[in-house]
Each structure stands twice: as structure tokens, then as C-alpha cells.
Design a protein around this ligand. Sequence first.
Ligand code: AMP
Length: 286
Amino acid sequence: MILVKTIHQLQTILQYFRKNNQSIGFVPTMGALHEGHISLVNTSRRQTGITICSIFVNPTQFNSKTDFEKYPITIDDDINLLESAGCDVLFMPAVTEMYPAGEAAVHFELGFIETILEGKFRPGHFQGVCRIVDKLLTAVKPDALFMGQKDYQQCMVISQLLATRHQQVKLQVEETVREPDGLAMSSRNMRLDKSEREKAGHIIKALRTMKANLQPGDLSGLKANGEQYLKENGFEVDYIEIADSSTLEPVNTWNGKQQLVALVAAFVNEVRLIDNLLLTAPTADN
Ligand code: AMP
């Protein structure tokens, strides 16, 4: 695996791969890697000639200073994991490389999607996500971009970004990789102590219960029960919502046909976790 730290070094290497007509797959991450990230690398390796992974803890997408400061960093383990997975290039820029001093922030027109769920509870978060992904895509110019369904709304935001600014890039969304108890793998799980980790398993239970009890008609009871279940199990709930899976418009009355996704964000003490489940998909876990 080749490790590069500047956009210039990255582009020199990419030029060489492109001359050999290799298609390029890209997996952007914030590090503290786990099997969820590695599943994206594996898919990229199967589908493209060269796989580039980036590790960059992007300051502009954090709306909580503590969350940014406490974000886990495990660089040596990350490098080993990526090397074993067969990643070809790791791009690990410094903050000044991605955000040169004095640079003005571009504003991304995201519309409705930025006003709900993560957009509502983390103001400015998706602007920061778009800012960094736009810069990374401009530097890498991949053929395919691999992202996880775990960040459902982020995938929709990025799909909008690609449609407006990077039409040549194909987005591929991969299923959420879970721990044996169903907890979605997340870098933030590293911050949970033993009892918090046990509690965290209740998030997917709440979502699976919603899926099992879904019936056409009024969905308010299902949402309220999900919220109550999480609260009873010690969570502070930002939201637990059922929405149209292609627009993320909240759905209050289900016609039995519309495709639905349930999305949740909740705190176990200081750690904020998110997850989602497709309620109308045939498989159990995504
Ligand atoms: P992050 O490092 O958390 O910014 O995540 C980098 C990429 O990995 C994003 O596209 C995430 O959606 C994806 N990802 C994170 N957790 C998982 C998971 N448990 N399963 C699949 N993909 C994931």
C-alpha cells in the first residue's frame, strides 16, 4: 500500500494508474477503522482496478467540539487493516492540506434533506461533509465511490452532490455491517464502556420491533413505542422517525406500498449513535 499525504503526491500516483487504464474506487473515512469500512474496501477491490482509501477527521463536519476532540484515532491499526485488506493507496492529508488558511467555504444547496433528522440536529454537519467530499472527489476523480448505508441520509446528500458537481462518479451504497448483537459498527463504539456497550444493542432492537409491527395506517404509535423503549433503556433520543426511503419525507400514515426506512439518533451518555433499518425490505438487517 502506498501512503501519501499531499494532493500533489496523490495525483502523481493516480496519473500513473490512469495511464494503465485502471478504474479507480474511492473509500473516504475518518479512520478508527472497523469491518464496516473494510467491507467498503473489499467491494471496491472486487469492482475496480485500484482502491484508494482516505483517512481524514474532518473538522468542519463536527458541530460539537467534544465529539471532535474525542473522536478515536488509531492510525497504526488502520494502516495494518488496510494493508491486509489489499487497499492500494492510503491518502492521509493534514488539515492544512485540505483547508488552506484563508480559504472561503463554498455553500452547497442541499434543500429539504439538510433540514431534517441529522441536518436538523447537527446544524452545518452536511455542509462540512459536502465540503470535504467535494475536495476529495476533485483530488481523486474516482470512477466509483463506496459509502455505507449506516449513514443513510449522508448517502442521499452525497448522491445530490454527485448529481450537481461530480456526474462521472458512481455512488455505491453498501449494507451496514453489524456486531453479533446487531449494533451497527461505528468508530464511536470505541468510546463506549462495558455497560454503555451493552445498552447500545437496544438501538437495533427498537428498529427491528418497528419492522416486525409495521402495518398500514397510522404510524405514530410505532414511533412513540420506539422512543419510549429507548428512553426506558437509558438513551437520550434526538429522533426516531419513519420516512419514505427515497425522499426521507416523514411518513405518518402508511398506505402499505410506500418504501419505508426507520432512522434513529440517540445518546448513550456522551456518545451519540445513529442507525437505520429498511422497514419494507425483505432482509432482516438493512
Ligand atoms: P466514517 O469513518 O464513520 O466517516 O465512515 C466512512 C464510511 O464508512 C462511510 O461511508 C460510512 O457510511 C461507512 N461505514 C461506517 N460504519 C459502517 C458500517 N457499520 N457498515 C458499513 N459501512 C459503514
